[in-house]
Write a protein that binds this ligand. Structure first.
Ligand SMILES: *Cc1c(COP(=O)(O)O)cnc(C)c1O
Length: 366
């Protein structure tokens, strides 16, 4: 809707925008938003219910607005994963990493923001909502990062914020830690921050940018429990950064932004990290299997370090193939790149349903 009525004092820069809206429609296989197909185990669900029950008797009180216990748990988790020593003061937590990203724009959007497209569509959208000018940086034609061009664009535009998503969404490819270090230097040279969106880090074989935080105080690493921890419904994202960055983020947080229920549930999920990461290992194996199967069908696959695959090489338009798969009960994602579609790795049955539907569609298009 962009013919808003005259009586509505909608901010000018919001008028041309459309709200985020990945289709939420029923399907046999829902493989469009990179959710983890494995719901919490019965033991984990029971443990969450128990903890939520315990905190429920105190719901007349505001929650711990500093979420100290949860942030300590997140610091310990990241330290275990990355080998980097982290303290509570290096971590912030919020309702999904989208809230983390919004806080970053609100606190540090003092001039332009730069990102290299195609990448996560919410970076420019949140930026525009926060009234930060968005500069679209370029990539190589195979969507890999063009490091020298990126560095050139950073020195030209001198952005306050530069975004890099690794593994990237929607392509799935990871950026090497040495390239990220070069971006950290380039952004530091223009007094800018480098925001590394690591929503899919647990699925990747690349080293996390958390290893750069000590040397480069301008590096911010955004993480989420939505994907690897199979916790999208609970809404928990977090940030690892220099203590001064975390201090500044608190200037823009809303009072008591993270409910006592969310904090309790996330603390329990962290206790089950070994169980949850075992499922990540299975998804990685299945991702590589699905990629191989797609190639066997004659399609092209971008090597993925995430829990989804971007593929091409079909004759129909992206929209037509997307539609045809949906008619067969398979919901995947048309990410707006002509000739490409993105599929999330599901459970074994969903992956089979998807592959069968693709095979059928490709035959029909001959
Ligand atoms: C899924 C995703 C997120 C996660 O958002 P949440 O708000 O934590 O659910 C963040 N960044 C990227 C690149 C994503 O793909």
């Amino acid at each position: 809707m962009n013919n808003w009525p005259a009586w509505l004092p909608l901010r000018e820069q919001l008028r041309p925008l459309t709200p985020y809206g990945a289709p939420q429609v029923p399907a046999l296989a829902r493989l469009n938003t990179n959710e983890n197909p494995y719901g919490p185990s019965k033991t984990l669900a029971a443990a969450i219910s128990k903890r939520v029950g315990e905190v429920s008797v105190n719901l007349n009180r505001y929650p711990d607005r500093d979420a100290l216990k949860l942030r300590q748990g997140l610091a310990d988790y990241l330290e275990k994963q990355s080998g980097v020593k982290l303290e509570i003061e290096n971590i912030w937590a919020a309702n999904g990493s989208n809230e983390i990203l919004q806080s970053i724009f609100l606190a540090f959007g003092s001039s332009k923001a730069l990102g290299f497209v195609p990448s996560y569509s919410m970076h420019p959208l949140i930026g525009k909502v926060a009234n930060v000018e968005w500069v679209e940086g370029a990539r190589n034609s195979d969507f890999t990062l063009n490091l020298s061009k990126a560095i050139e664009q950073i020195s030209t535009y001198k952005p306050a914020l530069t975004f890099i998503t690794s593994p990237n969404n929607p392509t799935g490819s990871a950026v090497t830690i040495s390239d990220i270090e070069e971006l950290a230097k380039a952004t530091a040279n223009v007094n800018g921050l480098l925001v590394v969106d690591e929503a899919y880090a647990e699925f990747s074989s690349q080293k996390s940018a958390i290893s750069l935080i000590e040397k480069f105080p301008n590096v911010l690493v955004s993480r989420t429990m939505s994907k690897a921890f199979a916790f999208a419904g609970a809404r928990l994202g977090y940030l690892a950064a220099n203590k001064i960055v975390i201090d500044a983020i608190q200037l823009v947080r809303l009072p008591y932004h993270l409910s006592a229920l969310t904090q309790a549930a996330a603390e329990v999920a962290l206790d089950f990290q070994d169980e949850l990461l075992a499922e990540v290992a299975k998804l990685i194996k299945d991702r590589d299997k699905v990629a191989k199967n797609l190639e066997e069908l004659g399609l092209k696959v971008i090597p993925s370090d995430a829990n989804f695959i971007l593929f091409s090489g079909f004759k129909e338009s992206s929209h037509d193939l997307w539609q045809e798969l949906l008619a067969d009960g398979v919901l995947i994602r048309d990410v707006g790149l002509p000739g490409y579609l993105r599929v999330t790795i599901g459970n074994e049955a969903e992956n089979q349903i998807f592959l069968k539907a693709v095979q059928k569609a490709l035959k029909g298009a001959l």
